[in-house]
Design a protein. Structure first.
Length: 558
């Protein structure tokens, strides 16, 4: 009878070890399948959770990375999701921050490039790291970067009470070896008392316990990654080893915090009872917070190195899924230009690829649905990817280092009381501010000032385009206003998108062409959709009269 408890514990340990070994083999098989098929499926993470590192990092600073409006204009959340092969929340947050953190120097890009290539080519290293990282996994709203950017959460009051209560079951188990029935009674009593304490305080501190538990997991995972003996990863593992030293205490505490949180299936319930019985969460809670708070800088380095490795694997995987990609070339000449060969939009499955040499001032015209908006979005997204993950969806890409800002999908802001036009000029003001501060800015504008009347729109648009052309940057504008091609002749290079009409249908080639557009299809589209013929005929007559005389005539009903 005396040996029952040790035998049961030993059996549980053996079953758990077997379960973990089997699980590792399954995960390796999954990783190989994902790389072979260049596809993966992961539960979607909460956007407001993934953005926490970026927000913590930029809080209280003025920074011209990819701002919220540009991010939304270009549907960068969708771009991020396509490449988010990360295994941890740290990796997700690091990758999203990386996509928004434009650096005008190339030192970081060159260092990252070495890591991307190693992760892509070294299958054994990549699989080993994936296995380590996947055991940490993801958890929404851990806000684990807040621990090194400021006060995250306070420790428990009266921690000594929890320490004393956690010793009660230990004393009960010892007593069982001498008086089994008394020991079992004491153990049952300790379980009831500690269970009440556990659930009462867990509800009050659930968020803090969730975050602290994940922080402990980060330290544990970083320690496993630091043990990877690979010369190509030496810089990263050395940084981990150095900065883990003052955090070693957390490695021991993590063994208690992580019980039953790794998806152990049938064993989760057993581990949960152990956590309740010994109040493991609360005993370790204060210790972990104290250690991390005392060594914030060491924790920051560990966090960022782990995130960088996870994000690097995701970038390597993303490249692996692309039919064509290249690393960009950056130019530093006074004459600014973007050049690319067979560029694609990352969110279109079968994109029409475009090649161009765009000068510092480019005006793109074209009729409705011809592809000009999609084109400038593709250029803008690739300009961001080039300067953040050193990757573009093209055979060749060359550009000057520049911040990227857009003014495209402007909408009324009802809550702020802004009309469409007010929201639009506020959006454009961001670009003007950067140029006033003499910052290199690559700006993309889709339909300047479309929220106001024709005369003022064209006059103000021309003046704004002229002003933008004198700044320290490049401007690419798409418009329906063909008058601007004449007004800005000599200041802006003209390109256009066009269409053809065949057999009663409209066809777009979605390919950029030199020169201004001379086609208009709005009235033709009305005809194709069988609008009343007297309406479309009158529209054509009015348009032809205006083009001939540059003057609108009053409509006379006869």
């Amino acid at each position: 009878m005396t040996y029952i408890v040790p035998i049961i514990l030993a059996a549980i340990l053996l079953i758990a070890v077997y379960h973990l070994l089997t699980k590792d083999r399954k995960k390796r098989k999954q990783f190989r399948k994902e790389w072979k098929t260049a596809t993966f499926s992961r539960p979607e993470e909460a956007t407001s959770s993934v953005v926490s590192y970026w927000e913590n990092k930029k809080r209280g600073t003025v920074y011209d990375g990819v701002d919220a409006l540009t991010w939304a204009d270009l549907s960068m959340d969708e771009v991020f999701k396509k490449m988010n092969y990360t295994q941890t929340s740290v990796g997700s947050e690091y990758l999203l921050n990386q996509l928004r953190d434009i650096q005008l120097t190339q030192d970081r890009l060159e260092e990252d490039e070495k890591l991307y290539r190693e992760m892509e080519n070294n299958d054994e290293l990549r699989e080993r790291l994936l296995l380590i990282l996947s055991k940490l996994g993801k958890g929404d709203y851990t806000d684990s970067s807040a621990f090194f950017y400021g006060e995250h959460t306070k420790g428990l009051k009266n921690p000594s009470v929890f320490c004393v209560l956690s010793l009660l079951p230990v004393a009960s188990i010892v007593l069982m070896f001498f008086q089994l029935q008394v020991g079992l009674l004491c153990l049952f009593t300790a379980f009831i008392i500690n269970g009440v304490m556990y659930y009462r305080h867990k509800k009050l501190l659930e968020y803090g316990l969730h975050s602290v538990g994940y922080v402990a997991g980060i330290i544990h995972t970083a320690n496993k990654a630091a043990a990877v003996n690979e010369s190509s990863l030496l810089a990263e593992t050395d940084r981990l080893k150095t900065n883990l030293k003052p955090l070693k205490k957390i490695l021991f505490l993590n063994n208690f915090v992580s019980m039953g949180t790794k998806g152990g299936g049938d064993f989760d319930a057993i581990f949960e009872y152990i956590r309740i019985l010994f109040l493991l969460d609360f005993v370790t809670y204060n210790q972990i917070i104290g250690t991390v708070t005392k060594h914030k800088e060491n924790y920051r380095v560990v966090w960022e190195v782990l995130g960088r490795i996870d994000a690097a694997i995701a970038v390597a995987f993303y490249r692996h899924t692309l039919p064509v990609y290249c690393t960009p070339t950056f130019t530093f000449t006074e004459a600014k230009k973007i050049s690319f060969l067979n560029m694609a939009h990352p969110l279109i499955d079968e994109p029409v690829r475009n090649s161009a040499n765009l000068s510092s001032n480019t005006l793109i015209t074209g009729s409705n649905a011809s592809g000009k908006s999609t084109f400038i979005k593709a250029v803008a997204i690739n300009a961001i990817l080039a300067q953040t993950i050193h990757t573009t969806l093209a055979e060749k890409w060359s550009m000057p280092p520049s911040y990227v800002a857009t003014s495209m999908a402007v909408q009324d802001n009802v809550l702020a009381g802004d009309s469409y036009f007010i929201a639009e000029i506020k959006s454009l003001k961001r670009i003007i501010r950067m140029l006033e501060e003499d910052k290199p800015c690559l700006s993309f504008i889709d339909e300047l000032l479309k929220g106001t009347n024709t005369v003022e729109r064209i006059a103000a648009s021309a003046a704004m385009m002229e002003w933008l052309s004198t700044g320290n940057g490049m401007n690419i504008t798409a418009t329906h206003d063909f008058e601007l091609t004449e007004i800005m002749k000599g200041t802006y290079d003209n390109y256009h998108f066009t269409e053809t009409f065949e057999d009663g249908d409209i066809h777009f080639d979605y390919t950029i062409h030199s020169g201004p557009s001379n086609s208009r299809n709005a009235i033709k589209l009305l005809e194709l959709l069988a609008y009343p013929s007297d309406m479309t005929e009158r529209a054509n007559t009015l348009a032809e009269d205006f083009m001939a005389e540059r003057e609108w005539r009053a409509l006379l009903r006869g």
